[in-house]
Design a protein around this ligand. Structure first.
Ligand code: SF4
Length: 502
């Protein structure tokens, strides 16, 4: 382009336009809409979502049983993603687009299909999400919700945020502002853990079902049983025992060698069951794999570990500086320990009741030790050092034939940090089968093709491992009972079962 042409397209800048250069810098602050007070409780519907399908439903029943009007949004889909992109800032990660867009989609449905006025929606609905500070984009989620809501015509719609450490509205408490009670959190955690347990079992059972669809039907019945138990305040342990009977009705052939695939990575991308990760778990099962999912339990244990680790660092500073006993730290440590014990206890009790045996609750101390030579454990954000730890654990303990680390396009902690480190891990552990893969909301064909290539190798490994073992003439019935879950040295479930008979 000639210099004359360049001159023609250069915008004309007036000196007034540059006045801002002489202004004093000022602190930008988000305007936080926190109004949700006691008197509004009875006429406010709180929307939420973002966990697995089952967990969203169970949490809805659990919280409704407390007399709260909580409604789970539907599963975020491609339309949610498009709405998130249309109203969100550029350069966000795609859980933001999916979840923010899903809320906008729901509000538009209330307005355009159900005929509610915008004013009524703003005054009588609110959205609850977890949030907090973070070195990645997670710290900006709430602001993203507000921006998208304003631009889509719902300015003033309330987005309520809770940090699991702090409860709700801690910074600017008003006397009449609703605070979340311990009962709320305990009920929430129970619903999440029960959802985790049923999800883990679903992934163990479904790949081996003889009649396609039986597992999904059984899980649906379990969902109804647990939801009713919450709503009618019945014993949840007994409800889990009823679910065990329902799951036992699913006929299984568990001696099929299937590639075992650990699905980990960024929390939301690894957990969601829909367009957000191109329905990865179902795709893997259809291609002949058994998935090891990442339960929310893992994220809870990581949060507890991070809180404890941060306190231990503060304590070290205090001891060095002043040699005093800080009772605030001692109190927080007791609370953290109590939370850890409670989560583990509930998980174990409910697991036993439904027949999830021998499940190892992620040991965060062990995982931190495994990864500390590769990933600085002081650095958090996203899943922190967990992705690296999971890969090393899987390789060292032969837990799977393939590890898939799934992350949204441009995820800072996962793509930007963990994946760089994983190349060192895979170079040190020759023969590991590791696939880091990004989702962008579009580009499913490329995604599936990469998964299929890695899966091919995993399927071969699982077949070879199985064929090396002797198949006894008489196979006991217990082999096909989902509650029989022996441990073994092999990665594949069918091979572990055979090994237990030899
Ligand atoms: S962990 Fe990654 S995907 Fe999740 S909020 Fe942070 S940057 Fe986004």
């Amino acid at each position: 382009m000639s210099s004359a042409a360049c001159t023609n397209i250069r915008p004309h800048i007036k000196s007034d336009d540059l006045d801002f250069l002489h202004q004093k810098p000022s602190q930008w602050r988000d305007t936080i809409n926190k109004q949700y007070v006691q008197s509004e409780k009875s006429k406010t519907t709180i929307l939420f979502g973002g966990m697995s399908l089952l967990q969203d439903q169970l949490v809805q029943s659990a919280l409704q049983s407390l007399g709260e009007n909580y409604i789970a949004l539907s599963n975020p889909d491609f339309i949610s993603f498009q709405k998130g992109k249309a109203y969100g800032n550029r350069g966000q990660c795609n859980p933001t687009y999916f979840t923010v867009g899903n809320l906008v989609k729901h509000l538009e449905h209330l307005r355009d299909v159900e005929g509610l006025s915008t004013e009524k929606i703003i005054n009588e609905y609110a959205y609850m999400t977890s949030g907090g500070c973070g070195p990645c984009r997670f710290g900006m989620y709430i602001t993203e919700y507000r921006k998208a809501l304003r631009d889509s015509g719902f300015e003033g719609f309330r987005v309520l945020n809770f940090n699991h450490d702090d409860g709700i509205f801690q910074e600017d408490e008003k006397d009449n502002t609703i605070k979340l009670s311990p009962k709320f959190f305990i009920t929430l955690v129970k619903a999440i853990l029960i959802g985790d347990i049923i999800n883990i079992l679903t992934y163990k059972i479904r790949p081996y079902e003889i009649n396609k669809g039986d597992t999904d039907k059984a899980v649906q019945r379990c969902k109804d049983i647990i939801s009713n138990a919450f709503m009618e305040k019945k014993n949840l342990i007994l409800a889990m025992r009823r679910c065990k009977k329902v799951l036992k009705e699913v006929k299984l052939d568990r001696l099929q060698p299937k590639a075992k695939v650990m699905v980990m990575g960024e929390f939301w991308a690894a957990m969601t069951e829909g367009d957000g990760n191109y329905n990865l778990h179902r795709f893997l099962e259809e291609e002949g794999a058994e998935c090891i999912p990442q339960p929310i339990l893992s994220r809870l244990m990581l949060s507890i570990w991070e809180a404890k680790y941060a306190l231990s660092r503060v304590e070290t500073l205090n001891v060095e500086d002043a040699k005093i006993i800080d009772f605030t730290i001692a109190k927080k440590k007791t609370m953290i320990l109590s939370a850890k014990i409670a989560v583990k206890l509930y998980f174990k009790i409910y697991s036993k009741a439904i027949g999830l045996n021998n499940y190892e609750i992620p040991d965060m101390e062990k995982l931190a030790k495994l990864s500390k030579d590769y990933y600085p454990i002081d650095s958090n954000g996203g899943e922190g050092h967990l992705e690296v730890a999971h890969l090393i654990e899987s390789i060292k303990e032969n837990k799977s034939h393939l590890v898939i680390s799934i992350k949204p396009f441009g995820c800072m902690p996962s793509s930007g940090v963990s994946d760089g480190i994983q190349s060192l891990v895979t170079s040190r552990f020759a023969g590991s089968n590791f696939l880091p893969i990004e989702t962008s909301g579009e580009g499913a064909v490329n995604f599936y093709s990469r998964v299929q290539m890695a899966l091919f190798k995993a399927k071969q490994a699982s077949k070879e491992e199985f064929e090396k073992l002797n198949i006894p003439e008489n196979i006991p019935d217990k082999i096909h009972d989902f509650t029989y879950q022996p441990k073994g040295k092999q990665a594949g479930s069918a091979a572990v079962l055979l090994e237990s008979l030899n």
